[in-house]
Design a protein around this ligand. Structure first.
Ligand SMILES: *[C@@H]1O[C@H](CO)[C@@H](O)[C@H](O)[C@H]1NC(C)=O
Ligand SMILES: *[C@@H]1O[C@H](CO)[C@@H](O)[C@H](O)[C@H]1NC(C)=O
Ligand SMILES: *[C@@H]1O[C@H](CO)[C@@H](O)[C@H](O)[C@H]1NC(C)=O
Ligand SMILES: *[C@@H]1O[C@H](CO)[C@@H](O)[C@H](O)[C@H]1NC(C)=O
Length: 384
């Protein structure tokens, strides 16, 4: 692990240079195009324009910002057909797809219903234990892979049970109308997940909590991938309690549940805390774009715990989708903060995605057209 990260940080500088270089080339191309339009077209400028585009601006990169959809999957993507509908007819220069699945799992026609996902799995994926730091390692691998394409400008983390609530055009304009990341991030006063052993690397007052489902701007994705400072502390001290192997032996679990205290779920703290520590909270919309309904389970013999409710066929009504879409604020108990949802300066619906949905629920959404995934005219309009 240690070795791998070290390698990747060595590999990073050329890449950073690459992305700045591409931005510079874009700027130069734009300037040349401007000059070409507005001034007498001289032979010289035409020649340099075409030389520049041949060398740097080859056909597949025209400086259109892409949204990178990053899927964290256990195995296959049960809602691939829904995302296939979402992406159908969309210009492929506007998005890219990356999937982290179990090592060796290849997305192909035998297990996937949408060609958009074929071969999009990471080759270097790792075995993920839900609620362990391997989860944030997997997230970092997704961001790292997506950063290799300089056109990727927004990075949306999604689960295998997430659905889009709007058409691609709406999602695209919503995300690109904001220069901020969308990261649910709040002060965690109720729970005892922070461990004093994390100090001094992670000071207690910088500790944050929030939904795992984030959307980052490129600059913040680079910070997450380059982090060699906070991540090792998470791996060492932010651990689920009781650990997975104890859960399997339930009687032991009963005795120890509240003893250790620090039941830390890395993926609900890592990016939030890292960006807070980097002094970037003012570059965030401090909310998630992914709706979930939390419900307390009370399975016999187990500790009561909160879980996102799984919407099945019977639940996935048009009314449900409508109720989610009209939500325009979120309330944070621990900070007594009511967040009116904004995209830049425009008040906006809070959620672009929702989870957890079963495949049958998704079929119902498509057949009843509760989500207008193909509505090309649907665009989010930010205030000028
Ligand atoms: C698809 O990938 C799986 C592994 O995930 C492999 O076993 C199978 O042979 C592949 N099928 C095709 C048609 O390539
Ligand atoms: C996965 O491996 C294939 C073949 O080895 C390579 O072409 C592809 O770029 C790799 N994909 C990623 C995401 O690294
Ligand atoms: C956000 O709003 C400001 C103020 O109106 C504007 O100058 C800026 O261009 C907007 N940002 C984006 C990304 O649209
Ligand atoms: C939440 O869970 C309880 C049982 O733990 C169940 O009775 C209730 O119907 C659930 N609510 C929702 C909205 O799913």
């Amino acid at each position: 692990m240690k070795k791998k990260r070290a390698t990747s940080s060595l590999a990073r500088p050329p890449f950073k240079f690459g992305s700045k270089f591409v931005i510079l080339v874009c700027a130069v191309l734009f300037l040349l195009a401007f000059l070409r339009l507005h001034f007498q077209t001289t032979l010289q400028s035409v020649i340099s324009f075409y030389q520049a585009s041949r060398v740097f601006g080859d056909d597949h990169f025209k400086c259109t910002p892409k949204i990178a959809f990053l899927f964290l999957a256990r195995r296959n993507l049960p809602l691939d057909f829904l995302w296939g509908t979402f992406l159908k007819n969309v210009d492929t220069s506007m998005f890219s797809i990356y999937v982290h699945s179990e090592p060796g799992f290849v997305f192909n026609e035998s297990n996937t219903r949408s060609a958009f996902f074929y071969g999009r799995q990471l080759n270097n994926s790792i075995q993920v234990e839900w609620g362990e730091s391997s989860m944030i390692e997997a997230e970092r691998l997704l961001f790292e892979a997506a950063l290799d394409d300089p056109a990727n400008q927004r990075f949306v983390l999604l689960s295998d049970s997430c659905i889009p609530l709007y058409s691609f055009g709406y999602v695209y304009s919503y995300l690109t109308s904001s220069s901020k990341s969308f990261v649910d991030s709040f002060i965690d006063v109720k729970e005892n997940r922070y461990s004093p052993e994390m100090s001094p690397v992670i000071p207690k007052e910088k500790w944050r909590k929030g939904s795992q489902w984030i959307a980052l701007i490129r600059r913040h994705a680079v910070i997450v991938v380059d982090d060699d400072f906070v991540f090792p502390v998470f791996r060492k001290f932010c651990k689920r309690w009781p650990p997975a192997d104890l859960i399997k032996r339930r009687q032991i679990l009963q005795a120890f549940v509240f003893q250790n205290g620090h039941n830390c779920i890395p993926d609900e703290h890592y990016v939030q805390t890292l960006l807070k520590m980097s002094g970037l909270e003012n570059e965030l919309e401090r909310r998630t774009l992914t709706y979930s309904l939390w419900n307390q389970s009370a399975e016999a013999g187990e500790r009561r715990s909160w879980h996102p409710f799984r919407f099945n066929h019977a639940d996935a009504s048009p009314q449900l989708i409508q109720e989610i879409k009209v939500i325009n604020h979120v309330y944070y108990d621990s900070e007594n903060r009511k967040e009116l949802c904004h995209v830049n300066i425009t008040i906006a619906p809070c959620f672009l995605f929702a989870r957890k949905f079963t495949p049958l629920a998704a079929v119902r959404l498509l057949t009843e057209r509760s989500v207008d995934l193909q509505d090309a005219a649907s665009v989010f309009h930010a205030a000028p």
